[in-house]
Every structure is written in structure tokens, then in C-alpha cells.
Design a protein around this ligand. Structure first.
Ligand SMILES: [Mg+2]
Length: 216
């Protein structure tokens, strides 16, 4: 059953904020086909990314990442530029990278109830969101920077909305927003992160949300 305005009074005050990469959009499907990144493995790539954030003091941008690889990872100019250019594939293949369960989920709610809340570089992420075709389903898009970026937005929104549901596939991002008044944070545990409990896809999240909203 599609959520309607049946619970209009409650709904008016509800906002569902969804993370983008790994939650709505399967960035990993493309990135982990790049030979350089496959070589690092998932854990290795996360480490390299953390070093990149430390180095650049900024969110991810392919050109900046390439600069970091040349300066800190002894990549040659050619191989660093080659890797940076591979990231254009994310944009080119964007429509097919939308998770099937993501479309299913967002189709259950009116646009006014849905927001994207992503931590990223706007120069990179705005293009990805548009290319994915998802922009039309959301009334708001927040592209934030820094460790506290999502928390800051949720704190501001919590003044306006009585209930906020925040869905993210990163345990770190979930932990970062714990305790914000009126915010229910749900870890989407697609990867089955050990030691963490959370629904494995957005269909399971929908059941939880319906329960929270008092639907059967
Ligand atoms: Mg994510």
C-alpha cells in the first residue's frame, strides 16, 4: 500500500532523509570494476580515501583524488589521470546504478516527504544525482561537507519537522547523528557490516518505517 495523505497531520511533519552513495545509488558497482581499486580491495580503498580526506581537507573530487595519488601514493601522472578519468563512468552509467529497492521505496512516498542528504563534493555529486534521474522524486537535496555535515542539517530540520527518519548505509554517519532530537536513524546494512544490526535493503526499511508510522 502506498503511503497516502491518510495520516496527513502526521505526514506534514515527517521528512525522510536518504543518503545517496550506497543507499540509493550503487556507486561501488562501477568503482570496484576499476583495476586500480580492485587491487586495493574494499578495505584498502576505504583507507586510501581516508588518507585522501586528510590530505585534501575536502570531499571526493576525481581531479583532487588524482593530485593526491601523484603527491602521496607515488602514482605516475598517467596512471593517476587514467584513474581519475575512469570516474566519468559513474556519471555515464548513472541510471543503471540506482538500486531497484530504492525506486520501490521512494515510490511509496509523496515528493514533499523525501530528501537526499549526502556528504560529498557538490561539483561531483550534483551531476551524479541529476544523471541518476532521482532528483525528481525529492523535494530537497542537501549536499554537505565534513564529519558534522549531516548532523548540522538534521539539527536544523528538526526544528521544522516533528519527525525525521534518516537512512544511511554508513555506520559512522549513523553514529554521528545519534541523539538529534526527533531523528530516527536507520542503518541500511546492505554489506552486512559485522557487529551492526540493520535492514539489508530498502524494502526492509519500508516495513520499519510503516511500523513507525502506525501502518500495519
Ligand atoms: Mg553511503
Amino acid at each position: 500500500m502506498k503511503i497516502s495523505h491518510q495520516h496527513a497531520r502526521f505526514m506534514k511533519k515527517l521528512l525522510i532523509c536518504l543518503d545517496f552513495d550506497g543507499t540509493l545509488f550503487d556507486t561501488g558497482r562501477v568503482i570496484f570494476s576499476f583495476p586500480e581499486i580492485v587491487q586495493w580491495g574494499k578495505g584498502g580503498f576505504s583507507k586510501v580515501l581516508e588518507e585522501y580526506y586528510e590530505f585534501s581537507k575536502d570531499e571526493f573530487l576525481p581531479e583532487k583524488f588524482s593530485g593526491f595519488l601523484k603527491a602521496e601514493k607515488s602514482f605516475s601522472v598517467e596512471s593517476a589521470d587514467r584513474l581519475a578519468s575512469r570516474f566519468t563512468e559513474v556519471r555515464e552509467r548513472a541510471p543503471e546504478l540506482v538500486f531497484e529497492d530504492a525506486l520501490f521505496f521512494i515510490n511509496q512516498f509523496p515528493k514533499g516527504m523525501l530528501a537526499i542528504l549526502t556528504r560529498a563534493h557538490p561539483d561531483w555529486q550534483e551531476g551524479n544525482i541529476s544523471a541518476s534521474g532521482l532528483r525528481q522524486y525529492f523535494s530537497k537535496v542537501f549536499i554537505v561537507k565534513g564529519k558534522n555535515g549531516k548532523r548540522d542539517v538534521l539539527e536544523k530540520l528538526s526544528v521544522q519537522y516533528g519527525h525525521i527518519i534518516f537512512i544511511d548505509d554508513s555506520p559512522k554517519e549513523i553514529d554521528q547523528v545519534l541523539g538529534v532530537k526527533g531523528v530516527k536513524a536507520i542503518l541500511l546494512n546492505r554489506q552486512g557490516v559485522i557487529g551492526r544490526v540493520g535492514p539489508k535493503d530498502l524494502r526492509e526499511v519500508l516495513s520499519q518505517v510503516k511500523e513507525l508510522l502506525g501502518f500495519g
